[in-house]
Design a protein around this ligand. Structure first.
Ligand code: SF4
Length: 490
């Protein structure tokens, strides 16, 4: 990611385990899975454990290894627990406070449940206003609490929690991949457009896990079974695994294409397609679209590396290791003053001068956000002796906001908004600049068999909120969503 000072963020990662055989330590499994999903959210995390229908949990601000200390893990170890769920969070809807950390554990008229959510609702404000006008009291400001409220109310009207989930889906709009744990069932749900990924794995001793990415299945020794379909409700309980598809096929699929380009781990498989392979393909397409005479292809760690390999393979230009990334920089480092932000690139990345000295370099990155970090990286290469720097980006230019769970800076901070490629290149200072086309970005996940959201590149939204949920609904008045984006079909 080429903006270390203002990196893009995925909102969340979710996980759940139903251990039918009772051979797993489910709290340890959740811990391992959340570690594997840490890249999807670094602000807070939590876990809920179900022992004989009694759900207890712990959640707090911090990384997985900070929140789940040995003492906390000891308190979550329940010998008879067969089910558990966990969550890592980066806030894009709702403020960064403990009350918004997940899983949300709700005690309601029919029992207790724990709920984890990845994505953003587009009708959260309307739903929340309606609930508040009906007497509801909210503890936090996230849209997940809205889902909890609707689900528990629907539970009072329906025989089973599956029926309540289906009724709740009729009220929700936008992006939601959910893992819900009741006293006896573990339920996974994906919104009908399928914005965020969610997959199923099988446990060797019998039982199932649900996870945002397959890398979490690997972390707990589970085998990838399949992705949950957009609109599908999947239930794991003592009777096995069953599916409700009544909401499937009701909307065109809108899987976030940026999961393949940047968010997901390269060792994950999403919609049946390897993320590493998709990034390689993005590099191959880039080589076709923006060829150049050069001596070496390098990538910006981490997510530019796979695309650089693909570019090198397709172009025949040798691949080289151009940067070493410092792995020991804490997440708070970049939150200092402007000078610290400027220095952060030099401290995070160091050039291997022998790879680039006196060479014509093709530099691959996954995006340009504000442009300032890209400019500094290019300068690092020139200072190390690169003769030419040809910048290639494995995504189209970012121009529009995301309403589905990605924290994209304000449009006026995006360097591509209102500028041509030549104007952007004047700012970053490369010899040439080329972006992947939107035509190719939707083809990079071969065999995925789903449609993709590309709204932050095109401004064409399948759905968008009338009102945006403020980052803190209590601190500021709700603001109207910026106007100007096109709706699909307009
Ligand atoms: S707007 Fe962009 S980041 Fe958001 S879901 Fe769509 S493709 Fe992903």
């Amino acid at each position: 990611m080429s903006d270390f000072a203002y990196p893009l963020h995925e909102e969340c990662g979710v996980f759940g385990i139903y251990d039918k055989a009772g051979t797993e330590d489910v709290s340890v499994a959740v811990y391992s899975a959340l570690y594997a999903l840490q890249h999807r959210g670094q602000e807070s995390c939590g876990m809920a454990v179900n022992e004989d229908g009694v759900i207890t949990g712990h959640r707090d601000l911090g990384l997985v290894n900070e929140v789940f200390t040995p003492q906390v893990m000891a308190s979550l170890h329940k010998p008879e627990a067969h089910m558990a769920t966990g969550h890592v969070r980066y806030a894009t809807a709702g403020s960064r406070v403990r009350a918004n950390a997940q899983p949300m554990i709700v005690r309601h008229g029919r029992g207790t449940m724990a709920l984890c959510h990845n994505g953003n609702l587009t009708n959260a404000v309307q739903l929340r206003n309606a609930l508040e006008n009906d007497g509801a009291i909210f503890h936090g400001s996230s849209d997940t609490e809205v889902i909890c409220y609707l689900l528990t109310r629907n539970r009072l009207k329906h025989q089973s929690i599956e029926q309540a989930v289906a009724a709740t889906m009729d009220q929700l709009d936008g992006a939601y991949s959910l893992v819900i744990m009741s006293a006896t069932k573990l339920i996974a749900v994906r919104d009908p457009r399928g914005y965020r990924p969610l997959c199923i794995g099988t446990l060797p001793g019998g039982g199932y896990v649900f996870a945002s990415e397959s890398c979490a299945l690997d972390a707990v020794g589970a085998t990838y079974l399949r992705d949950i379909e957009p609109g599908e409700i999947v239930v794991a309980d003592p009777d096995g695994l069953r599916s409700n598809r009544e909401h499937c096929g009701k909307q065109p699929r809108q899987m976030c294409v940026f999961e393949y380009i940047y968010f997901a781990r390269p060792d994950s498989v999403i919609e049946g397609c390897s993320v590493h392979e998709a990034r390689m393909q993005a590099g191959r397409f880039l080589a076709q679209e923006h060829p150049v005479e050069a001596d070496v292809v390098i990538g910006v760690p981490d997510s530019g590396l796979d695309a650089a390999l693909g570019y090198a393979e397709a172009s025949g230009i040798p691949y080289g290791i151009g940067f070493i990334k410092n792995k020991y920089i804490g997440r708070t480092f970049i939150q200092g003053n402007q000078k610290q932000r400027e220095n952060s690139v030099r401290i995070k990345l160091n050039v291997i001068a022998s790879t680039v000295r006196d060479k014509r370099v093709v530099l691959i990155d996954d995006s340009i956000v504000r442009g300032t970090t890209s400019a500094r990286i290019i300068k690092l290469l020139r200072d190390a002796g690169a003769k030419e720097v040809h910048f290639r980006v494995s995504a189209p230019p970012f121009k529009y906001p995301c309403y589905f769970g990605t924290d994209i800076p304000d449009q006026k901070m995006l360097v591509a908004t209102g500028r041509s490629v030549d104007q952007i290149n004047e700012i970053i200072g490369a010899d040439t600049l080329g972006y992947l086309s939107t035509e190719h970005v939707v083809q990079l996940a071969k065999g995925a068999g789903c449609g993709f959201c590309t709204a932050c590149f095109t401004g064409e939204y399948a759905v968008k909120p009338e009102v945006v949920l403020s980052t803190d609904i209590h601190d500021r008045p709700l603001r109207q969503r910026p106007k100007g984006e096109k709706k699909l079909g307009e």
